[in-house]
Design a protein around this ligand. Sequence first.
Ligand code: GLY
Length: 427
Amino acid sequence: MKILVIGSGGREHAICQQFLKSSKIDELYCAPGNGGISQIATNVNISVNVISDFNKLADFTKKNKIDFTFVGPEIPLSLGIVDYFEANGLKIVGPSKDGARLESSKIYSKEFMRKYDIPTARYNCFSDINDALKFLDKCEKNQKIVVKADGLAAGKGVYICSSREEAKNTVNQIMDYKILGSAGTNIIIEEYIKGPELSYLIFTDGISYSIMPASQDHKRINDNDQGPNTGGMGAYAPAPLAMMNDLNKKAEVIIRKIINGIKAEKINYKGVLYVGLIIEESSPYVLEFNCRFGDPETQAVLPLLDTDLIGICDAILNKELGALKIDWKKEFSVSVVLASGGYPGKFEVGFEIRGLENINDKDTLIFHAGTKFESGKFFTCGGRILSITSRADNIKTAIDKVYSNVRSIYFKNMHYRKDIAWRALNE
Ligand code: GLY
């Protein structure tokens, strides 16, 4: 089969590696891809974030007789790439624009949760800054408050404010100074829930669903969850927390309600749904939906998959997922992100990446994100550069293995967290 993957991150490299494990794969393409992906697939230099270029992607798939396209990131999904491809008779795995609204509009997702009785933090929506500020005036002075931009903000749209004044300042920044552009035209003010988070990735054809092993992401840049939020600095799966206090069962009740809601709304949803939960006193609440595989959760979860990903995509496209048994390795996987020093703020690029050739144990995988390949060498060209994932039959060995591999890689200003998955040892 011939497959086109859309995207350019570590997540897409993990998806490409998984497709290549299948005996059914003949040719693999990735638009736009990255340095690492160029070693295992053909990179396609077409923009994926511009609606007016969807016709170029569609023409590419027709010309190259692509059997189906798999979409990694949220922007093309929110712009309606699935609707465009399907209108042109092309097979594509991902939700329609309607389904992607579960991620692209936080207000829509909260209304969906309210409608389908899905537990989530209490909230109010605002389109007028004065109404938002008046509402905050009625809150307790030292109350923690969450302010969220409605639209897509590349992971920068959620603010946990420690006081009413900080929340008012944040509302001014978003709605008056427009620091997030049109993503902040409407906002949500939400009660703060404290607790650990769990990420559930779910394959669904819109009728049936299959839940992947629960994972945990590490969003802050530094150890002990210090410093600014990032796209994610590492992940591990399955998260031992999910196996405590019946959390997997409680999560499944929530996921069933979400899929029933998707059906009731007649949403065309064929792909991956990400449900982000926060756990307070053993009760899960939905923090957010994403309409795709998570990054870096995918780099931890997919290496545990034992069933052919092409077979899963076929079942999703034919709405036969309910008849497919999906198997997972009974192992733990830990994935550590190596980033450019300075990220998520300013950073320099163009440094040679050394030591990748030293990684040759069969339980460790390298996923590229911000890399380019030139004259036989890899160079940094982004914030998050690589994810290194190791598997083992227990979490401690997986942690030791991944860090021993990470230590053999070097690029100037390289930064990584030293504590990925350590909390799992205490759970
Ligand atoms: N890891 C969070 C996300 O993919 O958005």
